[in-house]
Design a protein around this ligand. Structure first.
Ligand code: GDP
Ligand code: MG
Length: 341
């Protein structure tokens, strides 16, 4: 209830966030931190020696459960489950490697694994830059890039609505001039969110659209300019060259503005999204990620590989196709939710 009040108009996305988090919790924590009954092993074989573990062991045995002892079989299951939950191969291997020595020497149980994962997940997210969206100054520019179909235009629509609700004067730039339908789609979102848009003739140079939009935003005192871009051209080289050009128009004409350069990653495509991200980051320095479609089948572990492999913060998460299906990403809350009972 209190959470609902605090969330204000975020209310409807909150339920979807909880559902997404519980799916991630199942894949990333509950399936790994199994108890003896679920694993079918023998609790007495654990002979837990470490101080914390013996207390935990006694407590859960009293409650009729026994934590599972950690052995090589358990460790390889952990690795497999982490990979299935989308944390990525390198991250899964590193986590299990860190765990192995201590776990075997100190006769860890699944309780120790749980504590270890909580600490590691939390520090991975802490190590990435600040997840808060930076909007401020006389004009903020938000550049949105990403592969076709990841959810750029939809995320822009939601973000506009959010900023408009916060009282900001928002302008959109229809920089995906590759397909007329893309510009029309953005226009529909602009109308829904009640914000203005700069659209030039179909097939115009996106650099010209961005130039025009910056000019208008300055002349008419907009607070935020959000730029949509193409996610597919005739080939990748063209696309990356176009993004570089857009970026240089921003750097030349809006160097004094606060800039967010956000990559939209579709959570449901898993680790493929990471490869895409690396490619985009080469042409266009990024400040963060919008993780879209976390409401689908995604298992959410990708949040950790984005932090660890790309050293980027997830700043916003997309939870559906509606205008208010977008939330800030809050790392401590995310980790707490994964380990809540
Ligand atoms: N379920 C769900 N669908 C989304 C989300 N974001 C975008 N979509 C859908 O994904 C499809 C592609 O989105 P679009 O914004 O056109 O992608 P773009 O090509 O990157 O601009 C559309 O059908 C959107 O409705 C999300 O967070 N959740
Ligand atoms: Mg689009």
């Amino acid at each position: 209830m209190v959470e609902e009040e605090k969330s204000g108009w975020w209310g409807s996305a909150l339920g979807k966030l909880k559902t997404a988090l519980s799916r991630t919790k199942t894949a990333l924590v509950d399936s790994i931190v199994e108890e003896e009954g679920a694993a079918g092993g023998d609790a007495s074989a654990s002979g837990s020696q470490s101080g914390g573990s013996s207390v935990a062991l006694a407590t859960s045995m009293a409650a009729g459960h026994a934590p599972r002892p950690v052995d090589e079989d358990y460790l390889s299951e952990v690795e497999e489950k982490l990979i299935k939950a989308d944390v990525g191969l390198a991250t899964a291997e590193t986590l299990v490697e860190h765990m192995r020595k201590e776990a075997l020497a100190k006769m860890w149980t699944s309780h120790d694994v749980e504590k270890f994962l909580k600490k590691e997940f939390s520090s991975m997210l802490k190590a990435a830059p600040d997840p808060q969206l930076k909007i401020g100054g006389p004009l903020s520019v938000v550049l949105i890039v990403g592969v076709n179909g990841t959810g750029k235009t939809t995320s822009i629509g939601k973000l506009c609505y959010r900023l408009k609700t916060e009282g900001k004067k928002v302008l959109l730039a229809a920089g995906d001039t590759f397909r007329a339908a893309a510009e029309t789609q953005l226009e529909i979102w602009a109308e829904r969110a009640g914000v203005d848009i700069v659209r030039l003739a179909d097939g115009s140079d996106p650099g010209a659209v961005v130039f025009k939009a910056i000019e208008k935003a300055r002349a008419e005192n907009y607070d935020v300019l959000i730029i949509d871009t193409a996610g597919r051209l005739h080939n990748k080289v063209n696309l990356m060259a176009e993004l570089k050009k857009i970026r240089s128009v921003i750097d030349k004409n809006a160097a004094d503005c606060m800039l967010e350069s956000l990559l939209v990653v579709d959570a449901s495509v898993g680790q493929n999204g990471l490869q895409q991200a690396k490619l985009f980051a080469e042409s266009c320095p990024l400040t963060g990620v919008i993780l879209s479609k976390l409401d689908g089948s995604a298992k959410g572990g990708i949040v950790f590989s984005i932090a660890r492999d790309l050293n980027l913060p997830v700043k916003l998460v997309g939870l559906g196709e509606k205008i208010d299906d977008l939330r800030d990403f809050d790392p401590p809350m995310f980790v707490e939710a994964l380990f809540s009972k």
